[in-house]
Design a protein around this ligand. Sequence first.
Ligand code: 72W
Ligand code: MG
Length: 214
Amino acid sequence: YGSTRPERILAEVKSKATRGDARSVVDTIDQYCRHQEWAMNVGDEKGTILDSIVCEVKPRAMLELGTYCGYSAVRIASLLPPNSRLITMEFNPVFAAIARQVIAWAGVEDKVVLIEGPSGDWIPKMKKEFGLTSFDLVFLDHWKDCYLPDTKLMEECGLLRTGSILVADNVICPGAPDYLEYVRGSPRYESKYFRSHLEYTRVEDGIEKSVFLG
Ligand SMILES: CCc1ncnc2c1ncn2[C@@H]1O[C@H](/C=C/CNC(=O)c2cc(-c3ccc(F)cc3)cc(O)c2O)[C@@H](O)[C@H]1O
Ligand SMILES: [Mg+2]
């Protein structure tokens, strides 16, 4: 019937995942998207790379651009140390509503702040609205042509400090060529590519980890 893919993912989570268990929410979505219908979650393979970076950085303040169904927000939040916050931005109200329910089902709502609206509007307001000085870690997974402008905007707004880390999904597929050229070519970043595969497929994709040098 006329449900959307995110609604079907939420229904799967509510029927199959254990309430309050973030790991089971992540596994349920991966299982569904691998075997029933593909969806643009970072997925299990690239998710493991993201997990290792989150665990290494132990961010107090983390930003995610592009919540979608909340898969990576749940994955990240389940690894955050106490009194750390993930702020995640989503401008599609339908996706945001789904993501809020997925995040709540996983029991990580006290670690996640979901902001509804376009990143370009919100990035300049972050410091004032959230009493932030800078982000320790940023996960970029929204429209690929927004990666570069939003990165420049975060620089301009003073949201990156020496050592802040940017983690970008899909730098091969669908690709973010202008962003890659920027972080790899700029003396202000130390960039590293983690080769992997497009979620739930054998297609090559990867994650770019870039340390801001100030
Ligand atoms: C205005 C700024 C702004 N502000 C706030 N929220 C924003 C936003 N711009 C976008 N959003 C939201 O973020 C999500 C979009 C994510 C975009 N992601 C991919 O396109 C993608 C595609 C493939 C793939 C598809 C098909 C293939 F064949 C292969 C690969 C794989 C992947 O992992 C992918 O991430 C949605 O929730 C948007 O509402
Ligand atoms: Mg992605």
